[in-house]
Design a binder for this molecule. Sequence first.
Ligand code: F0G
Length: 402
Amino acid sequence: MSEWLSCITCNRRYDISEIRYTCECGGLLSVDRDPIEGQAGLPVLFEQRRSSRKAIDRSGVWRFREAVLSVPEEQIVTHPEGSTRLYEREGLLFKHEGENPTGSFKDRGMTVAMTQAVRLGARAVACASTGNTSASLAAYAAQAGLRAVVFVPAGKVSAGKLAQTLAYGATCLQIRGDFDAAMRLVLEASKHLGIYLVNSINPFRIEGQKTIVWELLADLEWNAPDWIVVPAGNLGNTSAFGKALREARDWGWIRTTPRLASIQASGANPFYRSFRDSFTGRHRITAETIASAIRIGDPVSYDRAVAAIRYTGGVVEEVTDAEIMSAKREIDAMGIGCEPASATTLAGVRKLRASGVMRKEDRVVSVLTGHLLKDTDAIMKSHAGRSIEIEPTIEAVEKALA
Ligand code: F0G
């Protein structure tokens, strides 16, 4: 079976073993492949692998390997990741990607990008990050034995994510600037220093992240929901979801295509602004939001994400920080929990229902992208009243609970 890179703008093809992140024309790249033999029947094979003990069968990414990356099994760098739960609460479904090994959906793309890095003979890997990509990169690089260098906006990454990144052994460059500045710098540095870049501009990341959608569809026995809702920052996930849905539909795995709803924080909403302009122009802004994971003003996967929204008849919505934190408290109180960026989904669903875009009876799956413990500062601030210091006496307990 053969795979190659193709430009989503001019269709030019490149060999799969070429180290490049964009086309000569500047367009983004996509991994494409020849038709897979017995394509329509693959979901049966995917399901059978669930009962296997092999790491690559247990992985919620590599279980779908025929449609992810063609690579010898022994070269695969897997934890294994994925196989996350789908929760039903109050008539809504939540797919919790915070249940991945490093606590976010990033592991799904990272296992594929790191496998490709090893295959290309890379010695070092890099990314710009708001904290989750860096933690994931550090963990997978440690497993693969590669040097990890991460570029983060100084002072703008949660303590937990930064600690995780350092603990796994990455070198952390604190950039005096925002995520967008770190992103521009890592693009330049990776070319200059010959370090393999694994941000979601890297098309192999997208191949791994497609499996979030396939896994949730498999859990619904391939009966597609009406909507899939996802937070939108650098737009890697929105892009991956669009590709996953197009392939699932082309290959006959689903009969209807869910609509994508990509949700941005109103202080970090360049994609929403473009959607409002019917995608006639690209916006670049200075971003600010409490949801630090998606504090991004110039998303790199813009063109791929536009294609995803168009293909699925999707929408882009924006929600305020207050709406995000209120939705987060609701998700936490369901006993599920997530980090602030993930709560944009529920806040978005509430808003899209209120405006009539989403109907009450629509089946909706929201993707929770990161674990509750990824960002604890925001929680401690809003729940201080229920944390009470007392003397070690029964009287003090009674008084506190009265
Ligand atoms: N949710 C979480 C928890 C994230 O960490 C991110 C992105 C997103 C949503 C947005 O996803 O970029 O694919 O649109 N975090 C990146 C990082 C930027 O560096 O960890 P996207």
